[in-house]
Design a protein around this ligand. Structure first.
Ligand code: NAD
Length: 421
């Protein structure tokens, strides 16, 4: 069996976790490892040697590796500002590129991703694992079966208490601190936007047209530092640019609205508050992962709009076939199993030499929300136009790569006789 040869760039907490997952895959060979920090490279090297039995080439300079190591693909769980340049250089070196999630630093960078992919013919995929979440995929399946009627509105966000991670960023070598000090906008929009965009057919018959973003004041990290580290700790009283809660409203060409919330510096439970709403019903993560859909969720023979039904009651009958197959094959670890799915989606596209289920247009459009929302916040919530990175291709049907990991359609035929993923 020809193995898919991969270079990893970025071996922090996330990179090491993904590397562990990939080391379990028999059809993958890790040929090179890169990080700016030597101890992270060493730790990853040891893992690959133990798990895979080979010794990858290592370097702190990814360009050197791209020029000298023969590989099929690059996976980069590096810092947000490094993702686009690394993916662009990977494609120029003739490799598939996969970036971890995170916003872009400029719109030009997003255009360059698209142009490079078109010029080189190399796909670029954002590894947005939440597109493969069980709840999100079940909602997608119900939407495609028509249960929601016509879609009207969606919501989602990244709501996660990261005060310690931000405040201790320098001692942990974490990229978030510098971003939070200097940028004000939705710096992490894609966990919710990814599955919403796929559900609303963004870039395939629909597109995001404009947005407005408003930021609250920033108090959470300063308060955390004062309470937990004291007056003398760095940034105890220096202001942070990033508002504690940033709210963005996107309008789409087909008339839907999307509300995104970035909320990571106040005490709160984790939530991506995923909501999909149509003319026949609603799904909501914050209602305990539930749905209320006319016709599908009747109570005592009649549908009551005040009643939620847990989505898990419907997984057997209406769950996405990928998750049904995954459950019977055995769900793997990593954010409830979705990390494995997004990695397999990428690796199988590389193996089969097809486009990726999240393509370069999706990647560019989703990453672009960050600099656009910064512009809008800076102008007091002014509407900002969202570029059409497809340059009109969204208007006419584009071929979909059908298969198990497809995120544009539900490909039932791909699961016939499937016993393992
Ligand atoms: N999808 C998810 O669920 C999920 C979860 C956690 C993190 N992430 C994403 O993964 C990425 C990494 O997160 P993390 O928490 O591991 O961050 P981290 O800061 O701990 O690790 C990033 C690593 O990348 C390295 N790096 C940065 N620029 C580089 C360059 N130019 N060349 C080589 N190495 C470089 C850094 O030295 C660091 O070791 C981020 O984009 C984050 O948003 C995604």
């Amino acid at each position: 069996m020809e193995k898919v040869k991969i270079i990893f760039v970025g071996l922090g907490g996330r990179g090491y976790g993904l590397l562990k997952d990939v080391c379990q895959m028999e059809d993958v060979e890790i040929v090179a490892l890169c990080d700016l920090l030597p101890d992270r490279v060493e730790r990853a090297l040891k893992l690959v040697q133990e798990q895979k039995g080979n010794t990858p080439v290592t370097s702190a300079d990814y360009k050197e590796l791209f020029a000298t190591v023969k590989a099929d693909a690059v996976i980069t769980p590096s810092a947000w500002q490094a993702h686009a340049p690394i993916c662009i250089d990977a494609m120029k070196a003739g490799m598939y590129a996969a970036t971890e999630v995170g916003g872009a630093t400029s719109i030009e960078q997003c255009w360059e991703l698209v142009r490079t992919s078109r010029e080189t013919g190399m796909p670029c995929m954002m590894l947005e694992n939440c597109c493969y979440g069980e709840f999100e995929m079940a909602v997608f399946n119900l939407v495609r079966k028509g249960f929601f009627g016509e879609l009207v509105h969606a919501e989602g966000g990244y709501r996660h208490d990261l005060r310690a991670e931000v405040a201790l960023g320098h001692e942990r070598h974490h990229y978030r601190l510098d971003n939070y000090k200097r940028r004000n906008g939705d710096v992490y929009p894609t966990h919710a936007l990814g599955p919403i965009a796929k559900t609303l057919d963004i870039n395939r018959g629909n597109r995001m047209v404009s947005l407005v973003s408003i930021a609250s004041k920033a108090r959470g990290v300063n308060r955390w530092i004062l309470d937990n580290r004291g007056e003398e700790f760095e940034n105890a009283r220096e202001p942070f640019a990033l508002g504690d809660v940033v709210t963005t409203i996107i309008t789409c060409a087909n008339g839907e609205t999307i509300t995104l919330t970035h909320d990571t510096t106040l005490p709160r439970p984790y939530s991506r508050n995923y909501v999909i709403q149509g003319t026949k019903g609603i799904a909501s993560e914050d209602a305990n992962f539930s749905i209320s859909i006319e016709g599908l969720t009747p109570q005592n023979d009649s549908w009551d709009p005040n009643e939620w039904r847990p989505m898990k009651e419907y997984y057997e009958t209406h769950g996405h076939p990928l998750w049904k197959a995954y459950r019977s094959a055995g769900v793997k670890s990593g954010h409830g199993g979705m990390d494995y799915l997004v990695l397999r989606a990428f690796i199988e596209a590389v193996r089969d030499k097809t486009d990726t289920p999240i393509d370069v247009y999706d990647t560019a459009a989703w990453m672009a929300i960050t600099p656009l929302s910064e512009d809008s916040v800076a102008c007091g919530g002014k509407p900002v136009a969202i570029p059409d990175f497809t340059e009109g291709r969204w208007l006419t049907p584009r071929p979909v790569v059908r298969g198990k990991y497809c995120l544009d359609e539900v490909c039932e035929e791909a699961f016939e006789g499937i016993t393992e993923l």
